[in-house]
Ligand binder design. Structure first.
Ligand code: SF4
Length: 442
């Protein structure tokens, strides 16, 4: 019996992945029920009496981390799903509900999954008094069944609320099983034990939809630069919770705020999503290191992602490879950060917005210097910096424009990720002299 129980403890799918704890536990329970039935029915008299359940024959409870990061459906794929949402729920039989109503119900559940990041059971069991509206502030009232925390509150957008209210108006016209009246998404019939849509039916509707979708683009390219398709097997209701978390983490929402939004107890669970962000940053660096240029815009790709990250330091308008400055974390520039004229300057397209901002600032400074009748060398220095930054930026723009569209999109996305990563780093500001025009030098 020890061996049998051990086998159930480690029961695996054909692809080698271990079954979820609940599946293994349920199968072991069924096995013991079968054994009990066999003994009671006198069918197992040949079987030794010692072949029986002992109290140690349990499958230890595993705290399944449903919020494990890494399963998020990327935003570009969600945009493709949105474009196809009208086909969700087509041909899905659902009790007495008309096909149009079935479609609208599943499409609304999809919007709620996508926009609120609640678990599937939490979406399926939303009540009809789920919304609190105070002007433009809309709050979703929901129950965290998993942790038995009820009447939780989540701010949602008016467009999400509008989608739900649209469904509510349709739902109000329908004849519903009496026990479903309090629920936003009714059960399939009056005979089922559960008074609302069950997560299994939501999962089946989404699976059928995903299976029937035309090819989705992952946004990644293979080695030959051909776009890679997105694996639709990874589209399931829970994945939208991961996407919600990822979306907020990528937008720079602080871990403690995201922990509250996710209704996690521990920020460690929430921080998992930031680790994924670091992986994304690494991927972005791998893309961007090949786009690095020198001060005049000539390609100077970094030999490796390590070189990009460890042998350079981020300064305001690009990376700096000057060893003393790297050691000092970017705070020891011998040229007072006049990077456009420096042989150690290594910008890449992720810095283009910063370079353009700097160009704008330099032009303003030059106008001010001219108005102040400053000495020629002052305006000449500003003009030379403007010319140098302009030359570098124009060459970067030109190179980007010459690339195939998919590669350009990939580089632009990598640039966005690196800018976000830079903005969310708790880096110390560089010792630049900042002129606050209202209050003088600060
Ligand atoms: S001018 Fe810019 S690139 Fe050159 S050492 Fe200073 S910070 Fe580095």
């Amino acid at each position: 019996m020890d061996a049998v129980v051990d086998a159930f403890r480690d029961l695996r799918k054909p692809d080698g992945e271990r079954y979820a704890f609940t599946v293994r536990r349920d199968l072991l329970t069924k096995f013991f029920q079968l054994l009990d039935f066999g003994r009671k029915a006198g069918l197992l008299e040949e079987l030794a009496g010692g072949f029986a359940r002992h109290q140690s024959h349990m499958i230890p409870v595993e705290e399944r981390d449903d919020d494990e990061a890494g399963k998020a459906i990327p935003e570009n794929v969600i945009a493709q799903l949105d474009a196809q949402v009208r086909t969700l729920g087509v041909d899905f039989p659902y009790g007495q509900m008309t096909p149009d109503d079935v479609q609208l119900m599943f499409q609304t559940a999809y919007v709620v999954l996508r926009d609120t990041g609640r678990r599937p059971i939490e979406v399926c069991s939303l009540k009809t008094n789920y919304l609190e509206i105070d002007g433009d502030n809309v709050t979703l009232i929901w129950d965290n069944h998993k942790k038995k925390r009820y009447k939780r509150r989540l701010p949602i957008t008016t467009s999400t609320a509008g989608a739900i209210q649209h469904w509510m108006r349709r739902r109000d016209q329908m004849v519903l099983p009496p026990k479903s009246r309090a629920y936003l998404f009714p059960s399939i019939s009056a005979d089922t034990g559960i008074p609302h849509l069950i997560p299994g039916n939501l999962a089946r509707a989404i699976r059928a939809w995903a299976d029937a979708l035309p090819a989705l683009h992952s946004g990644n390219l293979d080695r030959d630069g051909a776009p890679l398709p997105f694996d639709t097997e990874t589209i399931f209701p829970y994945a939208f919770r991961h996407s919600y978390a990822q979306r907020h983490a990528d937008a720079g929402v602080r871990p403690d705020v995201l922990r509250d939004l996710m209704d996690h107890r521990s920020v460690d669970t929430t921080m998992g999503y930031y680790k994924v962000s670091l992986e994304r940053k690494r991927d972005a660096v791998a893309t961007m290191r090949l786009q690095v240029v020198d001060r005049s815009g000539q390609p100077e790709p970094m030999a490796s992602t390590t070189a990009y990250e460890a042998r350079s330091v981020a300064v305001p308008y690009g990376n700096c490879t000057e060893p003393t400055n790297i050691k000092a974390g970017g705070k020891s520039c011998p040229l007072r950060f006049q990077c456009a004229g420096c042989g150690f300057y290594r910008p890449d397209p992720s810095y283009l917005p910063a370079v353009e901002e700097q160009l704008h600032q330099l032009r303003t400074d030059r106008e001010t210097a001219l108005a102040m009748d400053a000495a020629d060398f002052v305006t000449r220095n500003l003009t030379d910096q403007i010319d140098a930054y302009t030359e570098g930026a124009e060459k970067m723009h030109k190179r980007l424009a010459e690339l195939p569209a998919e590669q350009r999109v990939e580089i632009e996305e990598a640039g966005r990720i690196l800018r976000k990563a830079l903005a969310s780093d708790s880096h110390t500001m560089l010792p630049l002299t900042v002129i606050n025009r209202d209050q003088g030098a600060s």
